[in-house]
Design a protein around this ligand. Sequence first.
Ligand code: AMP
Length: 192
Amino acid sequence: MINIVLFGPPGAGKGTQAEKLAEKYNLFHISTGDVFRYNMKNETELGKLAKSYIDKGELVPDDVTIKMLVDTIEKHPESDGYIFDGFPRTIDQAKALDKILLERGTSINMMLALDVEEEELKQRLKKRALDSGRADDADPEIIQNRINVYLEETYPLKEFYKEQGKFVKIDGHGSIDDITERLYDSIDSILA
Ligand code: AMP
């Protein structure tokens, strides 16, 4: 079993790359953002709650997010591992994830961190807003807030995984295929 945290700021390309990795290594792709958006579209209680945070570019509270993650994992116990995209985003989420995996006899193998400079992120998000229909991609103020939240609350996770020797930085510039190849190389090196 191999479990990967795909890490990086909003617009780094986590969703696109996670899909490719999930397919190649038969991993179940869990995007907490996608699960929230699905619930928002279907106007569930969870969706309504999440919307009040997502529309402002804030994080959904940890207890809600962690519970949703456990529910998602429990629905998909049969994969060869998981690729976590957009989770964890806080130290408490990372600690909860370790516990959840430990209870299932497994653990995180590596955090692959996509490194992309801020100006490039803003350009990518602007472009994505044209076809994603995501309100949180369309407004420069919300984008800036998401980047600030990332720097304050999520970026410190780097140290959490570094201390465990699991942090791997990946150059997130260049073509989608080039970045995918870099990710494959890193994963293959731990599988070898
Ligand atoms: P994403 O699709 O990963 O960019 O997530 C979109 C939005 O969903 C974020 O800006 C947060 O408001 C919310 N969200 C997604 N994942 C998490 C998480 N792990 N913890 C808290 N909020 C999250």
